[in-house]
Each structure stands twice: as C-alpha cells, then as structure tokens.
Design a protein around this ligand. Structure first.
Ligand SMILES: [Zn+2]
Length: 70
C-alpha cells in the first residue's frame, strides 16, 4: 500500500495517509480535497531498497545480482 504525504492547499496542513484508490483523500483538518501530493517525505528515508541497485566498490568485482554495474 502506498503512503503519501499531502499538503492541503486550503489550510496548509500536511499529513500522511495511505492511498487505496485514486483521489479519495481529503484533509483531516478542513476536509478539503484540494491537496498537493508530495512525492518525497523528508526525514523519512525508505528502508525499502529492493528496487534500487546496490552500490558497490567500483574497484572490485561485481558484488551480486543487484550490482549496479551489471
Ligand atoms: Zn486542510
């Protein structure tokens, strides 16, 4: 389930919410649906690194199946 951070265009409230469908999100403060979706959540690095290639030492051999040099 994707979790997104939104910024309300009406009251400037920012909040995070799980999104189950398209555009079914409203501001918990003022119930406005004029929200801006923030693509990155500052200060909350995702621990999910499965979709990113691993960094490895460019001097050594490829480090594995996810090596970015493959
Ligand atoms: Zn609001």
């Amino acid at each position: 389930m994707p979790m997104y951070e939104y910024a309300c265009q009406k009251c400037q409230h920012t909040f995070e919410t799980l999104v189950f469908g398209e555009e079914s999100v409203e501001c918990p403060e003022c119930k406005s649906r004029k929200l801006e979706r923030l693509m990155s959540v500052p200060g909350r690095p995702k621990s999910d690194s499965g979709s990113l290639p691993m960094r490895c030492n460019s001097e050594g051999p490829p480090c594995g199946p996810r090596c970015s040099r493959f």
